[in-house]
Design a protein around this ligand. Structure first.
Ligand code: S3P
Length: 168
């Protein structure tokens, strides 16, 4: 069975949806961010602060390359994974890419009480979210399917994905 990979901006619900989806499908759940932190033995905020975003992206690409050889996983990818073409190519080799979307206001509401996302630890997070969404839009377009999570519950999103992957 092909991997199911959830991509999309921070705060669109990838983690909660991927965990519930994995439970429903009795598949293994894999978080790329967790794999990166385990490998680096430090949290993502520290990787960004001490080694920079480019270094983080290199580790992310390495982890993507390794995980793409496996099958039957539900993969919770970091919001920036689609920026590098090689990641998209590797993930698609063995998987279907589902992009979760949400409005900037909803993303802001869902992310504002957390500090583990270095890209949003800025003085004007809502403005930053809008800016980044604009920059990233063409990259997220590489996904095979899109689901807007702004107004729907986790279980509704999971049902939609189950319908999509039924025959995969
Ligand atoms: C990032 C998203 C984060 C994490 C890192 C960078 C991004 O993952 O990979 O902070 O560039 O959008 P989540 O989307 O799971 O928060």
């Amino acid at each position: 069975m092909k991997n199911i990979i959830l991509v999309g901006f921070m705060g669109t619900g990838k983690t909660v949806v991927a965990q519930e989806l994995a439970r429903r499908l009795k598949r293994e759940y894999v978080s790329l961010d967790e794999l990166i932190e385990e490998r680096e033995k430090r949290p993502i905020t520290k990787i960004f602060a001490e080694s920079g975003e480019n270094y983080f992206r290199d580790v992310e690409s390495q982890v993507v390359k390794e995980i793409s050889d496996r099958e039957n996983l539900v993969i919770d990818a970091g919001g920036g994974v689609v920026i590098r073409e090689e990641n998209v190519k590797n993930l698609k080799k063995n998987g279907v890419l589902i992009c979760l979307k949400a409005s900037p206001e909803v993303i802001f509401k869902r992310t504002k009480n957390y500090t583990h996302r270095p890209l949003l630890n800025v003085t004007q997070p809502l403005e930053r979210i809008k800016e980044l969404l604009k920059i990233r839009e063409p990259y997220y377009a590489c996904a095979d399917y899109f689901i807007d999570t702004s107004e729907v519950s986790i279980s509704e999103v999971v049902e939609k994905i189950l319908e999509i992957v039924k025959n995969k």
